[in-house]
Design a protein around this ligand. Structure first.
Ligand code: F6P
Length: 468
């Protein structure tokens, strides 16, 4: 088995003492690296005046973690600027929020080239390279320019909008079009894949088979949908165990006999938190019989705090949460607990299992692994109900059991919330069983295996005919 060389902005170096929740990308990359020898290269998360020319190396078994620091200007232009104020909003269909500056785009290209230079120095001839997410789209172009002929794959963890929105991005052909330098580009859903296929055609590419292979200039790129997932079995076990901990027991006791509605999202405008709070407010206004019989816990760790749109969202949501409690709360009942802390995966697993309703209502989301984790964590004998946005990448897989909502329709969300709270046990069990079957089958190992198999070099015609 060839070595896997992973490149991503963030690198999750194992730290047994860390309580930080591992993001979806970290869980996914760890699954891909499991049982292989590999390198994971990326940003250390630190800023330095003069970053060292050599990455900092940590070795764990067959894996090598290599990270570099960034200069403050690189961090501002590449991460805060182009990646998070231009690419993030546009790829989440929010062209209105994009703040484009030429200097940020230069910073983005510069940092991608720094990454590619480091990879170029250490990648072996037969390593399989796998680049992740919107921060790193041009890496393959730079590696090809440096003569590397390795198999190089890319996976986009966030949505890919239709070409008409991509075209709002200045110099989109050099950024999004740079994905055509990979051998395989993976997306979360068939919609994302098809949007990108149509975009490639606007750049002059032609489809050359029915399986996502395109010819563009003298290159060929295959595109595919590979819905990312979780370690379903391990997460279910973690949830069962967490329920028995004193911490989760005392949390459950703090709710009394009230039903628990739970939301878990990074603080981000793509997550639809204001609309969700409005839906809860609508339920409080229209269903007084539910007062003091439910508690909504919204866990929202802050992120990208230096980006102005995030700071604004932070103020807005805190104010809204205070208003809801002021208007509907009582001395002995807080209808909404709004928490900005980060919790360990074990604590989250325990919260999910304790919840009667999981509210996952992004305005747009690549996948949303909270939805899958919520399903995996439930007690199959007495499961909670998932209320899921039609715009989460998880919706096509989980629409067989979730209550699917449009996050732009507040009254519809409030009605779904009420239906979830009042759903009979038989219906809850049946819905949960259908979703659980999907997340058991499409788990994170299946995702990594399918992507890496699709990235293997095409079989020579003789091998193909003898195999059939
Ligand atoms: O794909 C989106 C993503 O990279 C996730 O892996 C993670 O949840 C989030 O964005 C992390 O954002 P940041 O690295 O900016 O904190």
């Amino acid at each position: 088995m060839s070595r896997l060389f992973v490149v991503s902005n963030r690198v999750a170096i194992p730290d047994p003492g860390s309580k930080a929740a591992a993001g979806g990308l970290a869980v996914a990359v760890n699954a891909a690296l499991k049982g292989r020898s590999g390198v994971w290269f990326g940003w250390s998360g630190n800023i330095a005046e003069e970053p060292s020319a050599e990455p900092t190396i940590t070795r764990k078994g067959k894996l090598t973690y290599a990270v570099i620091d960034l200069k403050d200007a690189d961090f501002q232009e590449y991460y805060n600027g182009f990646a998070n104020r231009v690419l993030w909003p546009i790829l989440h269909y929010r062209v209105d929020l994009a703040e484009f500056q030429r200097s940020d785009l230069s910073g983005y290209f510069r940092v991608n080239e720094i990454f590619a230079d480091h990879v170029s120095k250490t990648v072996a001839k037969d390593d399989v390279v796998w680049v992740h997410d919107y921060h790193m789209m041009p890496v393959a172009r730079y590696l090809r320019a440096r003569g590397h002929t390795n198999r190089i794959g890319f996976f986009l963890h966030i949505p890919m909008p239709p070409p008409e929105l991509i075209q709002a991005l200045p110099r989109h052909a050099e950024v999004i079009g740079a994905l055509s330098y990979y051998d395989l580009v993976g997306f979360q859903t068939a919609t994302d894949r098809d949007n990108f296929g149509r975009y490639l055609e606007t750049l002059g590419a032609t489809a050359i088979d029915d399986d996502g292979l395109y010819q563009i200039g003298n290159r060929q790129v295959r595109i595919g949908a590979f819905p990312v997932s979780i370690e379903t079995d391990a997460f279910a076990r973690r949830a069962r165990h967490a329920t028995r901990t004193a911490y989760i027991k005392s949390f459950r006791e703090s709710l009394g006999s009230r039903k628990l509605i739970l939301g878990v999202d990074r603080l981000d405008y793509s997550k639809g938190i204001p609309q969700r709070l409005e839906a809860y407010e609508t339920l409080l206004r229209t269903a007084p019989e539910w007062h003091d019989r439910m508690t909504f816990v919204q866990i929202t760790p802050k992120s990208r705090t230096q980006v102005p749109e995030y700071a604004e969202m932070d103020r807005f949501i805190s104010t809204k949460a205070g208003q809801i409690n002021g208007l509907y709360g009582d001395v002995a009942w807080t209808p909404l607990r709004y928490v900005n802390k980060t919790y360990s995966r074990s604590a989250l697993a325990g919260f999910y299992r304790a919840a009667n309703v999981g509210l996952v209502t992004p305005l747009r989301d690549g996948m949303n692994l909270v939805a899958k984790e919520f399903v995996a964590a439930q007690d199959p004998e007495d499961p909670g109900v998932l209320v899921l946005s039609q715009f989460a990448g998880a919706a096509p897989e989980l629409s067989n059991g979730a209550l699917i909502v449009n996050p732009h329709e507040i009254e519809g969300m409030a009605m779904a919330l009420r239906r979830a709270l009042e759903m009979p046990l038989d219906e809850r069990r049946a819905r949960h069983a259908r979703m659980m079957a999907v997340v058991m089958q499409n788990d994170i190992d299946a995702w990594a295996r399918l992507f890496l198999e699709a990235l293997e070099p095409p079989k020579p015609p003789s091998a193909r005919s003898s195999a059939t």
